[in-house]
Design a protein around this ligand. Sequence first.
Ligand code: SDX
Length: 377
Amino acid sequence: TTTVPEIRRGLAGVVADTTEISTVIRETNSLTYRGYPVQDLAASRSFEEVAHLLWHGDLPDPAQLREFRARERALRPLGRTTSELLARLPETCHPMDVLRTAVSLFGAEDPIEDDDGTAANRAKSLALLAKLPTVVAADQRRRRGLSPIPPDSDLGYAENFFQMCFGAVPEPEVVRCFEISLVLYAEHSFNASTFTARVVTSTLSDLYSAVTAAIGALKGPLHGGANEAVMHMLEEIGDPARAGEWLDGALAAKRKIMGFGHRVYRHGDSRVPMMQDALDRLVSRATDSEATRLATLHESLRRAVLTRKGIHPNLDYPAGLAYHLMGFDTPTFTPIFVMSRITGWTAHITEQLAHNALIRPLASYTGPGQRPVPTVP
Ligand code: SDX
């Protein structure tokens, strides 16, 4: 008798491999990158230092940080071909599709390496880290009918992104909130987009193919696309007093409430308190009533979901509203997630190659039994 193997839909609870990069500790609701608690990193370190940590296994010393920053800044400009091709995409093209296309173009432009070794992949990873903000900022401006602002190598990673988006760098506190979001978004073990990158890498395909696939996975609203969906949801509800009524309708319609729930965290996403604190700081700085109304609605909805469904927010819930208050257009939110998660994805690509096994699960067949092909009448 053939025993039907247990099927784990969505690979829920399946441990697919080992990793040294990060661990999500469900019991204590915590997350560490190479052993360091993510909250401590976000509170005290720059995104560039965390990128170095994820790639190289430890925080950079001052000399390594200086060299990292110099190389990153020099790599920010786009090649002319890429800039011209991206500018010709339809303005209705979703920014995640623009980003996916840009990475494909980077791959097409990159000279074929005879060895796709770690050193080559490290160089490609740093180039992607440096160039993605240039693509995202140019696309937000293009959608606003504005021409791109070139990267400024005198500015740090986060400041330069604001400069390329808005032509100005905001107050240090706003930049700090943005930097905190980048550190919190950077890495999260075998989430869907990271695992996608590992699947592609496991066939020994190239880094650009793996990152392009990961961008496709992250775009979905059940994953990275949720931070944009949170903003659309808040705008759909509008009045804080309507949160409960709206939620009852949504749950009755079996809708997923964007920004809530998580496959791994069952009692709240470990990253949320720090992102919520950054959001609160942005709200307290805001002068317009819209920010206050959105913050009130944001909290009312959080309470209502917890009361009705016992479900907690994930990182996308505070991050979405925070990006809105920083002035970013909603379609720019998930591309910002990509700018951060490129570090985790490429760390996992390198790790997959270091001890590779082709990722190829089984399926339990439930189709028709074997039957003869009918003769052609
Ligand atoms: C990210 O994995 C990662 O680490 C991802 C991420 C990362 O850093 O890479 O953390 C980033 O993707 C965060 C998640 C962003 N997505 C959303 O916010 C979309 C809304 N969330 C849900 O779709 C859901 O919570 C998931 C997809 C996040 C997790 O879904 P699971 O683990 O497959 O759980 P499930 O959908 O089977 O839900 C279990 C139960 C169900 O109830 P029943 O049908 O059994 O009665 O909880 C309910 C669900 O209906 N539920 C929700 C809900 N989340 C779970 N109901 C309404 N709204 C929700 N958000």
